[in-house]
Write a protein that binds this ligand. Structure first.
Ligand SMILES: *Cc1c(COP(=O)(O)O)cnc(C)c1O
Length: 470
């Protein structure tokens, strides 16, 4: 059904040199899969360290006191904790085990922050004993922190998480933190009177989405709040602006734009299917019309990582003064908590082909020894072409189209919903390699249904050209 009008829509991933090196080393991959079973995750900390250095160089350019805290929730591997410690970066922890592991690695308290959405007394005891700064979210939590301080006869280092910023005449809604318009009273009155063991060090926010103006406006409102607190003698030493720095997965804007356009034609039956069963990837189709946009991560971004951060810092307030100058003038330490963006190019996932078959409509399905929770984020699909490491001879004439399916016993169990092109017919035992999966894709939703084991996490040692267990 692929006519001339029905072009395939490739999404060519950006791939780091170390991935090319690994792709050429099929022996290494085949041995690793044989030993650890399919799938495996392979990490490279050099990309992680470059990404953090990129953020730091922006702060250095504007001579700002700063710290970068790697948000651990984006990847579970300990290799990144060790690497962050080595290069003096901080770590944002969100659970008992995340914090406990980081402490065991010997990361100093000043380089850790606890931002967990739900904090119980076991977690708080660990944090307070170690004097880890804690971001507070609600009054019940404040009571528990304060009780824990009394029990341990000590103080707690406190960042106040704020939200509900005004943006273009509306209040930005959030389930997290305290509304910015009550934060001044909270800090200057409630905390001071009810929680004398709190040592207020600063403000924190983390916004959903990827808007530069929203982050900049939120930061400006935090600066206004800190000025107002200062008139009452309360010093805001730190403002932590959270994570959410875009990364770029794809090498071509044209491919991305074409894919979105062809996806829409496909769901309206104006061309052959681009996704399995013309899945609209989160768009709503009603009476032959499309409503909304695909519910997917924006995989193509020209402004990303360090440059994305810089655009926040050069944003100007209503008097025309750039944010970096406002921060510099006040000697405030600016912190960020990037997760995904520190992991750009830092990991891949490799799985083995188990079977090929036609489905009831004759579509080619390629079964992988893997399940969809091992390549999953909140995005409706991972929109990047996998690399097929074929054992068969390459033929120039033929190309094959099919879908990658996984091991969970569900009709919806697709590793990728998008139709994938293969230059050679996949063979049992071939490897399929997914690029740039370290940020959320490999770990955030991984589960053990059917008692399948979780994927093994390996770290690539480029000097020795071998893989070590995380
Ligand atoms: C998830 C999260 C982050 C990291 O977000 P990314 O989009 O991965 O950069 C940082 N801080 C908090 C509080 C978070 O919840």
């Amino acid at each position: 059904m692929n006519t001339a009008a029905d072009k395939h829509t490739p999404l060519t991933p950006i791939t780091a040199p170390w991935v090319h090196e690994i792709v050429r080393n099929k022996k290494l991959l085949n041995e690793a899969i044989a030993h650890h079973h399919s799938p495996i995750n392979i990490h490279d900390v050099r990309s992680f360290e470059e990404n953090i250095a990129g953020f730091k160089s922006v702060f250095q350019k504007y001579e700002l006191k700063h710290q970068v805290f790697f948000a651990r929730k984006a990847n579970k591997a300990l290799a990144f904790v060790k690497s962050a410690k080595r290069i003096g970066a901080g770590i944002d922890t969100a659970s008992f085990r995340e914090l406990d592991q980081v402490l065991h690695e010997g990361v100093p308290a000043t380089q850790i922050v606890l931002t967990a959405a739900v904090k119980n007394s076991r977690l708080l005891e660990l944090a307070i004993k170690n004097q880890i700064p804690i971001t507070i979210d609600n009054i019940d939590e404040c009571n528990l922190i304060h009780e824990t301080c009394e029990k341990l006869n000590t103080q707690a280092q406190i960042l106040v998480r704020v939200s509900g910023f005004e943006f273009m005449g509306h209040q930005m809604q959030s389930r997290f933190g305290f509304a910015i318009d009550i934060a001044k009273d909270l800090i200057s009155q409630t905390l001071a009177s009810l929680f004398p063991r709190f040592n207020y060090i600063g403000l924190h926010f983390h916004l959903n989405g990827y808007s530069i103006p929203q982050r900049a406006e939120a930061l400006l409102q935090c600066l206004v709040l800190s000025d107002s607190l200062r008139t009452e003698g309360i010093d805001t030493q730190v403002i932590d602006i959270g994570g959410g720095y875009l990364i770029n997965y794809l090498s071509s804007r044209q491919e991305w734009d074409l894919f979105i356009a062809e996806l829409k034609s496909s769901v309206l039956h104006q061309r052959s299917a681009v996704t399995y069963d013309r899945d609209p990837l989160g768009m709503t189709i009603l009476d032959g019309r499309i409503y909304g946009e695909p519910a997917v991560y924006p995989y193509y971004n020209e402004v990303n990582k360090a440059q994305f951060l810089e655009e926040i810092l050069v944003y100007k307030n209503s008097d025309g003064i750039p944010i970096h100058q406002l921060i510099h003038d006040r000697s405030i330490e600016i912190r960020i908590e990037p997760g995904r963006s520190t992991l750009d190019q830092a990991g891949i996932t490799v799985a083995k082909v188990a079977f090929r078959k036609p489905d009831t409509n004759g579509e080619l399905l390629i079964g992988l020894e893997m399940n969809r929770t091992q390549l999953r984020s909140s995005s409706a699909d991972f929109l990047s072409d996998p690399i097929h490491l074929s054992t068969a001879a390459h033929s120039e004439e033929e190309e094959y189209y099919g879908y990658l399916v996984g091991a969970y016993c569900l009709e919806q169990e697709f590793i990728l919903k998008r139709k994938i092109k293969f230059n050679t017919f996949p063979q049992v035992g071939d490897l399929i390699l997914f690029v740039n999966t370290a940020g959320y894709m490999m770990h955030f939703y991984e589960s053990e249904a059917h008692l399948f084991e979780l994927a093994t996490n390996l770290v690539y040692d480029a000097d020795k050209q071998h893989l070590i267990e995380d």
